[in-house]
Design a protein around this ligand. Structure first.
Ligand SMILES: NC(=O)c1ccc[n+]([C@@H]2O[C@H](COP(=O)([O-])OP(=O)(O)OC[C@H]3O[C@@H](n4cnc5c(N)ncnc54)[C@H](O)[C@@H]3O)[C@@H](O)[C@H]2O)c1
Length: 310
């Protein structure tokens, strides 16, 4: 099988590429290395350094490579950045996605698996865990751009029969997640604690997210390739709410860190509390998360120490 993985030099994408290569498949990565790293890309994968907004490049790569599957993970991923730069966010996340969907349609791709965002397409739910049927009321340009991309996937399924699976991911954590950006609280806190610095919690620590370890997310991408799976949206999380302070305490326990966090003002535009109802993914994708938060944290800490990122 031949796969294109956009964003394959990034945190989640690079793990997906490794898994596909390990299974004996061929992979072409398209990534502009804006946040991804060349060294994360599996040596057996083909690599194109390019921007998904560049329609001609996408068309050229697609027409030459003609993949069976497209895994679309390249994105502007920073929720807070999307408030100040909604047009750039839309160009990458909507137009970039549309460029890929158009080529996928022309070259009869068997399925597109899309990295959507369970943490942002619903907005602020009034009950948790939130099912896929819950209304979509995003509260950020990023959430809106993910939602619009999903709508295009759905439209292309209805117009042209192009199959897709949109994975509405919770908050993913694990090795290779950058501690430098605004996302990835596990990596940010872990690095600070290992350096002996005090991490900052925005808000009072009671905000919750549905955190999931990266290996479990990769399982869901692989499960999505089964041709019997209906083209649809699926929540991918652990179905549990974990507060920022609970994340802090778990990391502190594993690292052996005893300082209290610095508390700062909550950041506007962020959802307060959310977890995802994963029944539909369990039933249709025959998928479920296997890694406990503590197990995931141990693997993350081991990785950071080994790589001497600090
Ligand atoms: N990490 C999470 O918790 C999470 C949650 C929900 C959804 N997602 C989605 O999963 C996907 C992967 O996220 P990640 O956490 O691995 O982030 P990441 O930043 O590590 O990966 C994104 C990759 O896309 C590349 N990229 C960005 N803009 C590009 C462009 N215009 N053209 C080509 N490549 C481009 C980056 O260089 C990077 O390698 C994204 O679509 C993100 O929105 C992530």
């Amino acid at each position: 099988m031949k796969h294109i993985v956009t964003g394959g030099a990034g945190f989640i994408g690079s793990h997906l590429v490794d898994r596909l290569i390990d299974a004996g498949d061929e992979v072409m990565v398209i990534d502009n290395l804006s946040t991804g790293k060349r060294e994360f890309v599996n040596a057996k994968a083909k690599f194109i350094e390019g921007d998904i907004v560049d329609k001609d490049m996408i068309e050229r790569v697609y027409s030459e490579y003609k993949p069976d599957y497209l895994h679309h993970l390249a994105a502007q991923i920073d929720v807070r950045y999307s408030f100040d730069h909604p047009i750039i966010d839309a160009q990458v996340n909507i137009i970039g996605t549309l460029n890929l969907i158009e080529s996928a349609r022309r070259y009869s791709t068997r399925r597109i698996v899309f990295a959507s965002s369970g943490g942002t397409v619903y907005g602020e739910p009034d009950r948790n865990p939130v099912p896929e049927s819950y209304p979509n009321i995003p509260v950020s340009p990023y959430g809106m751009s993910k939602l619009v991309s999903e709508k295009y996937l759905d439209l292309y399924k209805r117009l042209y029969g192009l199959n897709y699976v949109s994975l509405r991911l919770g908050n993913v954590f694990g090795p290779r997640q950058s501690p430098k950006g605004e996302c990835g609280v596990f990596s940010i806190f872990a690095l600070k604690m290992l350096k002996g610095e005090r991490p900052t919690i925005y808000g009072d620590g009671t905000a919750t997210r549905d955190y999931i370890f990266v290996d479990d997310v990769i399982d869901s991408f692989i499960a999505s390739l089964d041709e019997n799976i209906p083209s649809d949206y699926y929540n991918i999380g652990r179905g549990e709410e974990t507060s920022t302070k609970e994340v802090y305490d778990l990391l502190a326990k594993v690292v052996g860190y005893s300082e209290e966090p610095i508390y700062s003002d909550p950041r506007p535009g962020e959802v307060y509390q959310i977890s995802l109802d994963i029944s539909k993914a369990k039933e249709n994708l025959k998928w479920e998360p296997k890694t406990s938060l503590e197990e995931g944290v141990r693997k993350l800490i081991e990785y950071i120490k080994e790589k001497e990122f600090y």
